[in-house]
Design a protein around this ligand. Structure first.
Ligand SMILES: [Zn+2]
Ligand SMILES: [Zn+2]
Length: 359
């Protein structure tokens, strides 16, 4: 088949248009893929300002792996123009998500006064069944659909109204509540962080975006609030398994929030410390420290050796130095990573061994 010049240009444009936008913001950890997910967002079907397919386009442009459109069940200010149709946003976005390799999770936001507040239910089959007045019946129904249920932005009306009450205890003891948003948009909730640790709930961080997403060139400081899910495979089922197992971290501003058991292997993949490339006659060893993730890192010394602090900008390599003993024995460096938060105000402790000898 002969292709005209115009045809060739059109073909070229089509190829460019279908380019992948995959980004490596954070590396995988041993045994799991690190999937970048936004599990809370809105469309015109509730109080959002974009059509569902736009959410898929934005996710593709920003290099996300999975999204959940979670329109409010009880709040639809555009109802006059767009009649209530809870299952429709997922249906509308489905095909585009397949084409763009975005994993799409069917979801809704259960939206009540605070308390009890707002809850996202992911992996729903039929959202219409959740459109009933009694709050706990709705939560029970979501669980009958085997949904993953998490408490959104618990303190958005203040800590007092967002405190843990009997209704949450009921949900928790019945195993109807599986996680909490530790961060939502620009807000971080230390209490939610603490409760997740104490009660073994999954930590989530989401954009809760209502307007169009415009900033798609991410930096360490400027990106959506997102959930990192450590999943065996890049599938919606695998994400569900990981969510129920609590294998997540929250990427909020310039920090990662999560459990030490996941932040530690992630840190080990993000930061590499090389063997010294030079030792001078005063036994000062020079070595490289590299950070391949999209997060600026500040390490504070907790031991006695090494620099008092190490600043590692996102995706950079720097030279550090340490004084060795006269016999040049291996030296252990102990630090806390300020930007990897394993509990409120508590950074991840890490250790490096600097050795000039072969292992
Ligand atoms: Zn909400
Ligand atoms: Zn919301």
């Amino acid at each position: 088949m002969k292709i005209s010049k115009v045809g060739f240009v059109v073909l070229l444009l089509l190829c460019i248009a279908s380019f992948s936008f995959a980004q490596n913001y954070f590396p995988d950890i041993p045994g799991s893929k690190t999937l970048i997910c936004d599990l809370h967002m809105h469309t015109v079907f509730s109080d959002g300002l974009v059509w569902p397919t736009v959410r898929v386009d934005e996710a593709a442009r920003e290099g996300l792996d999975a999204i959940a459109l979670s329109d409010h069940i009880e709040y639809q200010p555009h109802k006059g123009d767009l009649p209530t149709n809870h299952n429709r946003p997922f249906e509308v976005a489905k095909q585009g998500a397949r084409e763009k390799n975005i994993l799409l999770i069917k979801a809704a936001e259960i939206t009540r006064d605070t308390p009890p507040g707002h809850y996202n239910a992911l992996y729903l089959d039929d959202i219409d069944l959740l459109d009933t007045p009694t709050f706990l019946e709705v939560i029970e129904n979501a669980n009958q659909q085997k949904a993953f249920v998490f408490w959104n932005h618990h303190a958005w009306k203040g800590e007092k109204r967002g405190r843990w009450m009997d209704v949450q205890t009921t949900m928790y003891t019945k195993k109807w509540l599986h996680g909490m948003e530790v961060a939502n948009g620009g807000s971080y909730y230390p209490n939610a962080h603490q409760w997740c640790l104490e009660k073994n709930l999954t930590m989530l961080g989401n954009s809760d975006i209502h307007h169009p997403s415009i900033d798609y060139h991410y930096t360490a400081e400027k990106h959506r609030t997102l959930t990192l899910v450590f999943a065996a495979e890049q599938t919606v089922e695998s994400i569900k398994e990981a969510l129920f197992a609590g294998r997540t971290a929250v990427w909020h501003k310039n920090r990662l929030i999560g459990r030490a058991e996941y932040l530690k292997p992630l840190f080990d993949r993000c930061v590499t410390v090389s063997k010294p490339h030079y030792v001078n006659r005063n036994n000062i060893a020079f070595f490289e420290v590299a950070n391949n993730a999209l997060i600026d890192l500040e390490l504070k010394r907790i031991g006695t050796s090494g620099p008092a602090s190490i600043t590692l900008p996102a995706r950079s390599t720097m030279i550090a130095r340490v004084k060795l003993s006269d016999d040049r024995k291996a030296v252990k460096l102990s630090y806390t990573v300020r930007d990897f938060l394993i509990a409120p105000e508590k950074g991840l402790p890490v250790e490096f061994t600097i050795s000039v000898k072969e292992k």
